[in-house]
Design a protein around this ligand. Structure first.
Ligand code: SF4
Length: 250
């Protein structure tokens, strides 16, 4: 009669120090391509976009403007300032300075006083006057319509360029990455980069181009209304089931 061989049971593999993860998080991490945040699985991204459409179907830029030039000026003024404050200043500003010519040949000290409430008014005055001069001298008085050209204007970086091209002209040349988009991209694990340029590149890879403009508006609205920097109102968030941010409040 054959005797059963008594094999020693193999020792269970222990996870390496600092690598103990839940099955769920391992699965999620495996779904991501190297170099991408784990939350970029196309189905998850599509679900986030659907939730944003559901919550903010009419999200738009909150800077009041009547044309591309006013939006450009207001966006320059909005650096480190609220849209509400910029809109207050803009109300009288565009009556006194109705076009690029008026800004380009303004008296700097007078213009500084007008835009003082928005902060950093000396630098902003230089940027607005410089951009206005360039618009007159190089672009026939019109805000240019390409990323390459608009980036040549003084005081205009990608964020401002994307706001103007997207909102004023409907041209999707990138994704606006402001403080809200930066914070929410991290919380929603759509990017693990810190540098706005890299975050924008990450977002452009995972979001369909036809959604770039609306996505920026919707995320900014969500950041202003629900997903605050401090104490986000997760209980009111329709993306709560999709979100695994460390600082969630539910
Ligand atoms: S669940 Fe909370 S942290 Fe996550 S997106 Fe919603 S509000 Fe922001």
């Amino acid at each position: 009669m054959a005797t059963k061989s008594k094999k020693k049971p193999l020792p269970k593999k222990k996870p390496a120090a600092g690598k103990s993860r839940t099955t769920k998080s391992v699965k999620t991490a495996r779904a991501a391509k190297p170099g991408r945040a784990a939350g970029t699985d196309p189905k998850r991204v599509a679900a986030i976009l659907a939730k944003l459409d559901e919550a903010y179907p009419n999200a738009t830029c909150e800077l009041k403007h009547e044309n591309a030039f006013q939006l450009l000026v207001s966006t320059i003024l909005s650096a480190q300032c609220t849209d509400v404050r910029v809109n207050q200043v803009a109300e009288t500003l565009y009556k006194k300075y109705p076009d690029p010519k008026a800004f380009a040949y303004a008296t700097p000290s007078e213009l500084e006083q007008e835009i003082r409430p928005t902060g950093f008014f000396r630098n902003k005055t230089k940027s607005v006057m410089g951009a206005s001069k360039a618009i007159i001298e190089k672009f026939g008085g019109q805000v240019p319509r390409t990323m390459e050209e608009i980036l040549t204007l003084p005081g205009v970086a990608r964020k401002t360029a994307n706001v103007v091209l997207g909102t004023a002209y409907g041209i999707a040349s990138g994704v606006v990455v402001d403080t809200h988009v930066l914070r929410l991209s991290k919380r929603l694990d759509l990017s693990r980069n810190e540098d706005p340029k890299k975050v924008e590149e990450d977002l452009m890879k995972i979001i369909p181009q036809e959604k770039w403009i609306q996505f920026s508006h919707q995320i900014i609205w969500h950041g202003r209304r629900v997903c605050f920097a401090r104490k986000p109102k997760c209980v009111e968030c329709n993306m709560e089931s999709l979100c695994y941010a460390k600082d969630k409040t539910v």
